[in-house]
Design a protein around this ligand. Structure first.
Ligand SMILES: [Zn+2]
Length: 373
């Protein structure tokens, strides 16, 4: 393990009383304790937010799921949940199922109640979930809100409403607005627009205050989503977090192994970028131009630091996505070095000469750019 003998936070460069070991490659991406740096609580919490975006909400989170990785915390199975805005799949019995993706598991369906609330048409409802008890729980949670004591003028309850829907699903009459029970027993209403959400809530309120119970006798056998069924998934995340995490890995590794800093102002600028405090068009990280079309695979993450003719670079490959971190112009005498990190958290090691040659071969001639250009 690498330990640095000063009480300065590696990221903000301030002297702090308490420092903890920060994984250079985030734990959520498979990073282990071989490469850690001392970091203060404040920087740790800033960085862990960015790492959460990358490992649970970004396109890289899908890569992790495609690789069937187990959750990183065996005692907290929920630690592997992907957190998309939504994941919907046509339900074999009609409508759109609400699903959840978790690391190391199959797709599981979320409990929900959908109600057709088209004006001047009969109201119809569908009750869905893995088991009747799940949907009953959803209703009971809502009834719990209604029972809670409150003063005059106070809200009955506050529900998250999402109207951010794929245009194709929105145009489909088979989509009915719904109330969903998310992990952590949180309720959410999903509708095409606020007006439809209101109509839904009015009808759902009638169900909730009635004697209605979910009838387990009428519950069908488990439904199977056929292979080839199109899933619609919406991701919502800050793409700069992916570049910040890549910078953290590339820069962190360079400094931890070489014991050197970047030249002049660049060192400070890089750390400010990593901490999300620098918002400029001229970012030190570029992505391979074919962003979004990379193929997921089981290959380990790879980071190589190399002096290229146009400056010192860190090439970071995460689940097959290549990023380049520009580390400045100097250090041309530096021999290339790197690390290989298994994606399942089973360990990191220094890259062999062959690993380094392979990694540099992969990025040779690869166009890198800012994704928005
Ligand atoms: Zn700090």
């Amino acid at each position: 393990m690498l330990t640095l003998g000063y009480m300065r936070c590696f990221w903000c460069d301030e002297e702090k009383e308490k420092l903890t070991a920060d994984h250079i490659v985030p734990r959520a991406l498979g990073g282990t304790l071989e490469f850690t740096v001392p970091a203060c609580h404040s920087c740790q919490s800033i960085l862990s937010k960015a790492e959460f975006e990358v490992s649970r909400k970004s396109s890289l989170a899908i890569a992790a799921l495609a690789a069937s990785l187990p959750p990183r915390h065996p005692n907290r199975p929920r630690s592997g949940h992907l957190q998309p805005t939504y994941l919907m799949v046509p339900h074999p019995y009609g409508g759109y199922g609400e699903s959840l993706m978790s690391a190391g598991e199959k797709l599981s369906s979320l409990p929900y109640i959908e109600i057709k609330v088209v004006p001047d048409e009969p109201v119809e409802a569908r009750i869905r979930g893995t088991a009747p008890a799940d949907v009953q729980k959803l209703i009971d949670i809502f009834r719990g809100f209604l029972k809670a004591k409150r003063g005059p003028g106070e809200l009955v309850c506050e529900l998250t409403v999402s109207t951010d829907l794929d245009p194709k699903i929105s145009a489909d009459q088979e989509f009915w607005p719904r109330i969903i029970m998310l992990p952590g027993d949180r309720l959410m209403v999903r509708a095409r627009d606020p007006e439809e959400a209101m109509r839904f809530c009015n009808v759902f309120m009638h169900i909730a205050v009635s004697e209605f119970q979910v009838n387990s006798g009428a519950w069908g056998e488990g439904t199977v989503i056929k292979g080839g069924t199109k899933h619609t998934i919406a991701l919502s995340y800050n793409p700069q977090c992916v570049r910040r995490v890549a910078a953290k890995i590339g820069y962190g590794l360079f400094r931890a192994i070489s014991g050197q800093r970047l030249q002049a102002d660049l060192d400070e600028e890089m750390r400010q970028f990593i901490l999300g405090r620098r918002d400029s068009e001229d970012e030190p990280v570029k992505e391979e131009s074919e962003r979004g079309t990379y193929t997921t695979n089981q290959d380990p993450h790879c980071v190589v630091i190399s002096s290229e003719p146009d400056g010192l670079k860190a090439f970071v490959r995460l689940y097959g996505l290549h990023l380049r971190v520009d580390l400045g112009m100097e250090k041309s005498d530096l021999a290339p070095f790197g690390v290989i990190c298994e994606i399942d958290g089973s360990g990191m090691r220094q890259a062999s000469k062959e690993d380094i040659l392979n990694a540099l071969g992969e990025v040779d001639g690869m166009p890198f750019s800012h994704p928005w250009k």
